[in-house]
Design a protein. Structure first.
Lengths: 538, 301
């Protein structure tokens, strides 16, 4: 992409961070970059909180029986770990935080379509998160993050408040998706045709559709659950004649697309990073964009693969199993295209590329184990065991989180105007990669041996692998600590970043690091695709 | 929701309300209008999905309890439902007239049609209020509360009503001095009257003690539940569906009041009538949902 712009970018003092330093200018900002930062720090804070709960789980599971807490407390701890990580971290993190920071820049726009709605979305998110987190000081919640009826109707914990919090946070997700769709349609720079759209934006587009269409179904489910507890509506309660399996259908109709909300943006990041650090165009651009939408489409028709053992008909099981297998096709297209992109490329092993490598390795394992679970005969035995736990952590942590870390390091210079230290980044990457596999690979084995999930106690023969897993969790924690130290010290005293440290070709690199308040000094004009690494651009 | 929050708002727009300065990241007012329209349609898509959950629940519950639903629906008066249907359809017409008036720069007519829409929506809420309270007095309450009335429900509903009025008053006041000194000022008095009415009702319920404190004439309800133990599920669907719909009507009323205030200020011109058009789209959606609700709930008995 060649474009005309004033080369006053590097060295200019005034940028979106420092042009107005008052608190009011931050609290009432309409700047998508500042809103993105607020999302980033809020979600990372909740990531720390959710991680603390994870560590507590793993400490408790070091020994069979009681280790540090009662069984009831354990139920609350894993519920908070799940709810916090799903609703307050992994759903908003890449779309809302990184999306807000980068989307308008990659579009060549001055902001998102509806900046005030954007700010409102952030405060809605914060409100919902605080309401849900307040229950930590009240009666807690012990239903598991899935809130299955009828237990969620009967339990005496603060279920209504957590559910209300999730309900409110859902609107943030919906409105952000709405904002991004309109932005991509209406605010593209001159020359930025659909065929030249960066794959990160294709991913955000597909994710936004999922957010707008799927999240309202969660909203009504949670709404009905709240009123179930308040007024005893009964449609999920067998005592009054309702159907608890109906709750599961309602819940998973959202929550399955939700997991694709979690992974698609990270896949988009990988699609950005690999071409840049291989100095090669992406393999199969059109197929990659189509595969993104293929995944989003299939996402809507597979929800009941979470319910093979719920008592639904064999026909239902068969249909959902078959449809679930289909999602492997577009996913495979993406994985093979990424590998083909690297083939005969000139690979540079900066931190973003390291995370892309670990993404490919770990996500593939996660995806393949998903296909294993899609098979009914296997799932009958593996449902609600640690095999499932390992599967979704491999795709969510291994997939989404590695993608997020790749994006965080890739766009760190752009967003903050500083370079991080590559050696510390390598150490943190290695610790996270090793720690992650040490934590979660044993759980595949534990699952096949029959250890159930959400269980406080377990048979003595499972002790060794549980302890290995727990030690792994400390290694991950250490890795994140090093990463945090690296990035925070880079914020303070890292070397100043140039406008385009990675020599990328997408629009965000054609403006200063950090960008000025209005993003571009001159409206950019696009003349070629985003991955044209040929000739002098290699 | 003031119109003064765009990046480069100048004093020019503040002095002449009809001079709309479109947000700086759009090329033109037309560009902004197209984007807003797309955004509103997307919002309506998600609203459809939101209501669809309720419709699916209804379909499932009715499928499992067909005869119970048939008999339970007899407790609904289809004539009241029909009145509400007509009210909403007419309000959609007045809303369209308001949009057209704004589009052609007819300020007085825009205000008049918006007020008419608001009034019709009030009528809808009044009919709904009497339908619901009549049911409460018969002991007909959602699901598990059927024939076990607790003070919770009337007080909850009344509180929501009061809260709605407060929000309406707040948003009516938002645009440049609100309705004070304007022709629509009497709407404030109307809201005050309604609020006082709700407070009196609330205090009436608050003074009752113990179970069965609401006067319940539950003979028919008892007879129904004896024949069909799962009949309360119908009323769960009824209260949830009409309740969520009513919340959307109230939300629309709040926004219409804000529009009235801005229209009286002369903010809408042929060059800029985006908010009126957007609210119009929303209002048609609210009407459409009711068109689906009416036969499913009122015409199955």
């Amino acid at each position: 992409m060649t474009m005309s712009y004033a080369k006053a970018a590097v060295g200019t003092e005034l940028n979106y961070l420092n042009h107005d330093r008052s608190l009011k200018s931050w609290l009432f900002t309409l700047d998508h970059k500042r809103i993105g930062l607020m999302y980033l720090f809020t979600t990372l804070f909740f990531f720390l909180l959710g991680g603390i709960f994870a560590t507590l789980i793993r400490i408790e599971l070091m020994t069979p029986g009681r280790t540090i807490m009662s069984a009831d407390t354990f139920n609350q701890v894993f519920t908070y770990h799940g709810s916090i990580m799903v609703f307050m971290v992994i759903i908003p993190l890449v779309p809302a935080a990184i999306g807000n920071l980068i989307l308008p820049l990659q579009l060549g726009a001055k902001d998102v379509a509806f900046p005030r709605l954007n700010l409102a979305s952030y405060y809605i998110f914060l409100l919902g998160a605080l309401i849900a987190a307040s229950t930590l000081f009240l009666n807690g919640v012990d239903t598991g993050w899935t809130f299955y009826a009828p237990y969620s109707i009967r339990t005496s914990t603060s279920t209504i408040l957590v559910v209300l919090g999730a309900f409110i946070m859902g609107f943030s997700s919906i409105l952000t998706g709405l904002n991004f769709i309109v932005s991509i349609h209406k605010l593209r720079a001159k020359g930025l045709t659909w065929g030249r759209l960066p794959l990160f934006l294709w991913a955000i587009y597909a994710t936004s559709i999922l957010q707008v269409v799927a999240t309202p179904v969660l909203a009504i489910t949670l709404f009905l659950l709240m009123f179930e507890r308040l007024t005893g509506i009964g449609i999920f309660d067998p005592v009054i004649g309702g159907d608890p399996v109906l709750f599961q259908h309602f819940f998973w109709f959202y929550s399955h697309p939700a997991v694709y909300i979690m992974i698609l943006p990270s896949m988009g990041i990988i699609s950005e990073v690999i071409p840049v650090f291989s100095r090669k165009p992406i393999f199969g651009y059109k197929a990659m964009a189509a595969a993104t939408f293929g995944i989003a489409l299939v996402a809507f028709v597979v929800w009941a693969h979470h319910m093979y053992t719920s008592g639904q008909s064999e026909l239902a099981n068969f249909v959902f199993s078959l449809l679930t297998m289909f999602v492997a096709v577009p996913t495979g297209v993406k994985v093979f295209s990424w590998i083909a992109t690297m083939y005969k490329g000139s690979i540079r092993f900066n931190a973003p590329m390291l995370y892309a490598f670990s993404f490919l390795f770990v996500f593939t394992i996660g995806g393949l184990t998903g296909v294993m679970l899609a098979a009914i005969a296997a799932d009958i035995h593996l449902h609600d065991t640690y095999f499932v736990v390992a599967h979704f952590h491999y795709v969510m942590v291994g997939g989404t989180l590695n993608g997020m870390l790749a994006g965080l390091h890739y766009w760190f210079p752009k967003v903050f105007g500083r370079m991080y230290d590559e050696r510390k980044a390598f150490i943190s990457w290695l610790l996270i990669f090793l720690g992650f596999n040490v934590t979660f690979f044993p759980q595949f084995i534990l699952g096949t041996q029959g250890m159930p999930r959400r269980y406080y106690d377990y048979l003595p023969q499972f002790t060794f692998l549980n302890q290995v897993s727990s030690v792994g969790s400390w290694i991950i924690a250490l890795g994140f600590a090093v990463a945090a130290y690296n990035l925070l010290s880079a914020l303070r005293s890292g070397p100043k970043a140039p406008a385009n440290p990675w020599r990328g070709l997408t629009l965000e690199w054609q403006t200063a690091s950090p960008p000025p308040h209005e993003n571009f000094l001159v409206d950019p004009i696009v003349t070629e695709g985003p991955y044209e690494y040929r000739g002098d651009k290699v | 929701m003031s119109s003064t929050a765009s990046h480069t708002m100048t004093d020019l727009a503040m002095t002449d309300p009809s001079l709309h300065h479109h947000a700086h990241h759009f090329r033109s007012a037309a560009h902004e209008f197209a984007a807003c329209k797309q955004g509103m349609w997307l919002f309506l898509v998600q609203e459809v999905l939101f209501f669809s959950g309720l419709f699916v629940a209804y379909v499932m519950m009715r499928g499992f309890n067909f005869e119970a639903f048939h008999d339970a629906a007899k407790f609904l008066d289809w004539r009241l439902g029909a009145i509400n249907t007509v009210i909403l359809i007419v309000s959609s017409v007045t809303m369209v007239m308001a949009v057209t008036s704004a589009q052609t720069g007819k300020k007085k007519e825009t205000v008049r049609y918006l007020i008419a829409t608001f009034f019709l929506a009030c009528g809808f809420c009044v009919v709904k209020y009497f339908e619901w309270t009549h049911k409460f007095h018969m002991g007909i309450l959602p699901g598990g509360s059927f024939l076990h009335p607790s003070l919770f429900h009337p007080k909850l509903v009344l509180s929501l009503g009061g809260l709605s009025l407060l929000l309406m008053g707040y948003y009516a006041s938002q645009a440049k001095g609100g309705l004070i000194g304007k022709k629509a000022f009497w709407i404030y008095l109307l809201m005050l009257g309604a609020f006082a009415f709700l407070v009196v009702q609330y205090l009436g319920f608050a003074s009752h003690h113990g179970a069965g404190a609401i006067e319940v004439h539950g003979e028919e309800a008892r007879e129904l539940i004896a024949r069909f133990p799962k009949a309360p599920l119908f009323f769960s669907c009824y209260f949830m569906m009409t309740g969520v719909h009513a919340l959307h009507v109230v939300g629309g009323m709040i926004v219409i009041l804000w529009l009235i205030s801005r229209a009286e200020d002369g903010e809408f011109t042929p060059a800029y009538y985006t908010p009126v058009e957007m609210v119009g789209l929303y209002w048609h959606f609210v009407d459409l949902v009711w068109i689906y609700l009416f036969p499913l709930l009122y015409l199955v008995g």
